[in-house]
Design a protein around this ligand. Sequence first.
Ligand code: ADP
Length: 396
Amino acid sequence: MKILVINCGSSSLKYQLIDMSNESILVKGLAERIGIDGSRLKHEKKGMDAVVIEKPMPDHTTAVKLVLDALVDKNHGVIQSMDEIAAVGHRVVHGGDKFKEPAIINDAVMKDIRACIPLGPLHNPANIMGIEACMKLMPNTPMVAVFDTAFHQTLSPENYMYAIPYKYYEKLKIRKYGFHGISHRFVSQRAIEMLGNKPNSKIITCHLGNGSSLAAVKDGKCIDTSMGLTPLEGLVMGTRSGDLDPAIIGFIMNEEKISADQVNNILNKESGVLGISGVSSDFRDIDVAAAEGNERAQLALSMFVNQVRKYIGSYIVQLGGIDALVFTAGIGENAADIREKVCTGLDFLGLEIDPQKNNIRGKEAVVSKDSSPKKIFVIPTNEELMIAKDTMLLVK
Ligand code: ADP
């Protein structure tokens, strides 16, 4: 069975065609600058140089059409006809409290995804455009929506409620939803396998990338996560502040005479390790600057590591222990130094990192000492494969 996975942004569309018989990626690609001058499609077939197609893509339907044409192209295509695509899996960022699981797309599901737009104003409209474009061009192919928020729907109210007047939960649906759920689910499932399918496993997953979040996963179910109503809460990130005293928002607005939207922008785009270091939002640049003695870069790194450790502490208490700590995403998979800093001094919790084994990047590995009572894993995330698996399960 071949499944097309679509991850649609407002001006971009990422795709993968996955052969589920061996879970291999037949082709992957990216359509960029949709609706903007200079749109291009980069199409990478397994075992072949990437093909770049520069054609106007005024809208998402044109972009999906170009992708489908590329899939069946005589030279760089991978299938004879579109009928070979058994189903399409769409990433949808916000499923609110309506979606606890992936869903086969129909009119009612589309209505519910639209109802979540106020909660995911930057992402859901783009996700919807991608779905609608595919439905138009592949009317007879089943489609599935897989939600970033769904994995966190198992949180209990004491973890998802904010202590503000209850009416804001009822009226505005303000609560913790969490994000990166597809990734946390993928790596926690793999960690459970690596633990030999231990029953009642207690796992903490650290998705550390441009955006970062942690999840506490008990027996395969998420019980807490660090992002909230929006992806701003939780860890110090590339450009996002993470947790702060909420009074800071009003204070900056009053002192700087700026609007709520402007403060929102500062907290989302100008804060985090970029805001502290003044160097970059990219941890590779911060690492270099810190090594050269830049004190603000050093501070940014320490703040990031410190915040990850605080969450680990909180989650170990909530889980009542830990079997495995998992690192994933850009930083988690590649930055051995950050993994080591996060784990330093956690021996008392049974988490003993092995500096030699930890000296790897971008591949699955056990990086704790053989003698460590609890495991530390690096597990590369694969959100597309998770979406394809969910899609296959639902359409089968
Ligand atoms: P996104 O959240 O956009 O999916 P990724 O998971 O791809 O992000 O992570 C991207 C981030 O990973 C980069 O901003 C960079 O900071 C970090 N990163 C990638 N490789 C390394 C590395 N070798 N050392 C430190 N950080 C790295």
